[in-house]
Design a protein around this ligand. Structure first.
Ligand SMILES: Nc1ncnc2c1ncn2[C@@H]1O[C@H](COP(=O)(O)OP(=O)(O)O)[C@@H](O)[C@H]1O
Ligand SMILES: [Mg+2]
Length: 286
């Protein structure tokens, strides 16, 4: 089942005439975590804002569960949760007051206390958000996205700037959300997140999709079909490279395995970082 079907989407910011999205087409399937990857300025946030109906003056077609997105009323917002790139909170209210405020906008309500506990903010629930560290704000931002128990989560760089422990908490919650049947559109420039979370990804650059596939297929496509073996020959560590095709019939490889102390074996699939740079050009303006 397709949650979103996006056909030849285009968007130009009128004030500076920047073509932020320049003819992209893709679908998001129910129950998947779809990653929108690309350097800063690629058009990821703009795409998210269009799909969450914050930007309306787009060209092309967006179907949400088979029907034009424009034909939905504001009940659409009951279905979705949005984690904005920059946390939006009232700094003079406490964490709890913020969550209660945002939650009353929805009919469907999830358990705020349980969410705050999951992100490790329960103890801080009565502190002013203005006193929160960036990591705390980002975690609260995630709770905010979950307040209406959404079916679809839009997450824009939600782990950006989080330390590994806090990033882990958020990533685990995203995975749990998916395991419970949720669908996620995640944009990021952090390949670690992608590796751990995404079922499919689209690499975008200059408002266009350069590649769209599974992380695994991309790694195979851009990698080399080779095997690199490090072995110890009684005095030194050495390495040899073999073609992966018909490796089982390669006598030199079999002899090496039999006669030497093998230290490591690696196949030549490339990392997503390398694919990112190759596919989107070397424009990383972070
Ligand atoms: N509110 C805005 N007004 C004008 N131009 C914008 C605005 N937001 C983004 N842009 C421009 O649109 C392009 C895409 O930006 P954005 O969608 O934010 O990219 P990303 O999220 O991939 O970093 C960039 O060139 C950016 O400068
Ligand atoms: Mg962005």
């Amino acid at each position: 089942m397709k949650v979103f079907e996006i056909k030849d989407l285009r968007f130009t910011y009128q004030k500076n005439r920047i073509k932020a999205v320049d003819g992209i087409s893709f679908s998001i399937h129910e129950g998947e975590i779809f990653g929108l990857l690309g350097p800063s300025g690629a058009g990821k946030s703009t795409t998210q804002k269009i799909l969450t109906r914050l930007l309306k003056a787009y060209e092309g077609e967006i179907l949400y569960y088979g029907k034009d997105l424009k034909s939905y009323t504001n009940t659409f917002y009951e279905d979705i949760g949005v984690g904005f790139e920059l946390p939006v909170h009232f700094s003079k209210l406490t964490a709890m007051e913020n969550m209660i405020f945002f939650q009353q906008l929805y009919k469907q309500k999830s358990d705020i206390v349980s969410l705050l506990k999951q992100v490790g903010l329960y103890e801080d629930k009565d502190r002013l958000v203005g006193e929160f560290s960036k990591g705390m704000k980002m975690r609260l931002n995630f709770v905010r996205a979950m307040l209406n128990n959404p079916k679809i989560l839009f997450l824009d760089e939600v782990t950006n700037g989080l330390d590994p422990k806090n990033a882990r908490i958020i990533k685990d919650m995203i995975r749990t959300f998916k395991e419970n049947g949720g669908t996620v559109l995640l944009s990021t420039h952090l390949m670690n997140d992608v590796e751990e979370l995404c079922d499919r990804v689209a690499f975008i650059s200059d408002g266009k999709i350069k590649e769209i596939s599974t992380p695994r297929a991309l790694k195979l496509k851009h990698g080399k079909r080779i095997l690199d073996v490090e072995y110890y020959d009684n005095t030194h560590t050495k390495h040899k490279t073999f073609e992966l095709t018909n490796i089982g019939d390669n006598q030199a490889f079999l002899d090496l395995l039999k006669n030497y102390n093998i230290e490591t074996i690696h196949s030549g699939e490339t990392s997503l970082d390398e694919i990112f740079i190759k596919v989107t050009g070397d424009k990383i303006h972070e």
